[in-house]
Write a protein that binds this ligand. Structure first.
Ligand code: SF4
Length: 420
């Protein structure tokens, strides 16, 4: 089947062919093939290829180009492989080749290359694309030339972040949020996957705080599929629904990865129960916050100790208190960077991602619980109610604005908690 090809934003006839060897192929036979893009390990093994100007290489997505003693600019073309479109590790390799290795020739994406990925591939440095055979060239050209006029982050194509490009647009922050809301789900997935790769690369060690709810399962799915070095933890308050607690086992069985539970200090819990009673959080906002402090805030502080950044599944749309949520912010209370890669996602985006990707989720979501926290502090909502209406429902909206984010003095500050 014909492979659609794009070079420098234009449909082109591809003069190159990609050589994919398997164990039974005779690697030496490629020495007589002109214009071949061969596996890097084959090029390394066959010195006869080294002086050829009609040989390119393709790199598996586990390659670390910075650590190889190779003059990358000797190759007229380097291809980066995408075995699955959900695996974005080659995004990072592209960025490194362009920005750290100084590669200036053709950089192409090969493998499971879909139209929806092109814009972000272009941003990290690709200028050529061997599309999957079922992809439409017209759609691909539109994606590269028309789809977006503004990008938020700096990258290989323009190192300046959005805020630094003063003359590029007159949009206000509100405008950009509204624009983001109209971005397609596939674009949001690509952007989120790219952001997670960038965070894993630039902010290690980094941990993802999962509440085991819908949004966090989206991030878990993206992290697990890309095998990113991002450790996942959850706050096991001791008050979770059995269905929520069981999600740790579900994730282990489905993805083969471990979610580390952080539990409250036994002495803290015992003192609270002795002094106030186990369910004193119903009695006053202060006692509710005190319970959250013991069961959530302190374990969170332990989980984040020594980390450079943390990741949450917060979305702007979730409540009035999150409308100004940024995809990247500094967490003053805990003293590290904080990322909210789903900030722009709608609830429908989350549900559609879960459905389209067969992601396992907490069965309580199907019983009227769009937002799930501790069992005694969460109830199902009725049709038409706000998605957060089932959380601390006996309190006013104002008091719900306090939570896990605390100052260095232990005071609660603005914003709701997330790991709930
Ligand atoms: S959500 Fe309720 S039970 Fe859970 S820590 Fe906070 S006050 Fe305690």
């Amino acid at each position: 089947m014909h492979t659609p090809f794009i070079l420098d934003k234009t449909a082109a006839v591809d003069p190159w062919h990609v050589v994919r060897l398997n164990e039974t192929d005779d690697a030496a036979s490629i020495a007589v093939q002109p214009n071949a893009i061969v596996p890097l390990n084959v090029w390394q093994a066959q010195t006869a290829l080294h002086n050829r100007t009609d040989i390119g290489v393709w790199l598996p997505n586990t390659t670390e180009p910075e650590n190889l003693n190779i003059d990358w600019n000797q190759f007229p073309v380097i291809a980066l492989d995408y075995p699955k479109f959900t695996d974005g590790r080659s995004h990072s390799i592209a960025y490194i080749l362009r920005n750290r290795c100084g590669f200036t020739h053709q950089l192409r994406a090969i493998g499971d290359v879909l139209v929806d990925q092109l814009y972000y591939m272009q941003r990290v440095g690709f200028n050529a694309y061997s599309l999957r055979a079922d992809q439409k060239i017209d759609s691909a050209l539109r994606a590269l030339n028309d789809m977006f006029t503004v990008s938020y982050q700096g990258s290989s194509d323009d190192a300046r972040p959005f805020f630094a490009r003063e003359s590029s647009t007159t949009q206000t922050p509100v405008d950009t949020y509204q624009s983001a809301s109209s971005v397609s789900l596939s674009d949001k997935i690509a952007a989120t996957a790219l952001q997670l790769h960038t965070i894993a690369r630039d902010y290690a060690p980094v941990r993802f705080a999962s509440s085991l709810a819908f949004e966090d399962m989206v991030l878990t799915d993206l992290i697990a599929k890309a095998q990113l070095p991002i450790e996942i933890f959850t706050l096991q308050t001791g008050m979770l629904h059995a269905q929520t607690s069981n999600m740790v086992n579900v994730i282990q069985a489905h993805y083969g990865i471990t979610v580390t539970p952080y539990t409250p200090d036994d002495a803290d819990v015992a003192q609270y129960v002795t002094e106030h009673g186990k369910h004193a959080f119903y009695d006053s906002v202060e006692l509710r916050k005190a319970c959250c402090f013991i069961r959530k805030v302190k374990p969170l502080q332990r989980a984040l100790a020594g980390q450079k950044a943390w990741i949450t599944g917060q979305r702007r749309e979730q409540s009035m208190t999150r409308t100004t949520l940024q995809a990247h912010e500094f967490d003053d209370g805990n003293g590290l960077d904080k990322f909210n890669p789903l900030a722009d996602w709608t609830f429908d985006d989350v549900k559609n991602y879960i459905a389209q990707n067969g992601v396992p989720y907490n069965p309580l979501h199907d019983k009227g619980y769009p937002s799930i926290g501790c069992e005694p502090c969460t109830r199902a909502i009725k049709a038409g109610e706000d998605v957060r209406a089932g959380r601390w429902w006996w309190e006013s909206q104002d008091s719900k604005e306090c939570g896990l984010h605390i100052s260095e003095h232990g005071e609660h500050v603005t914003h709701e908690d997330k790991v709930d």
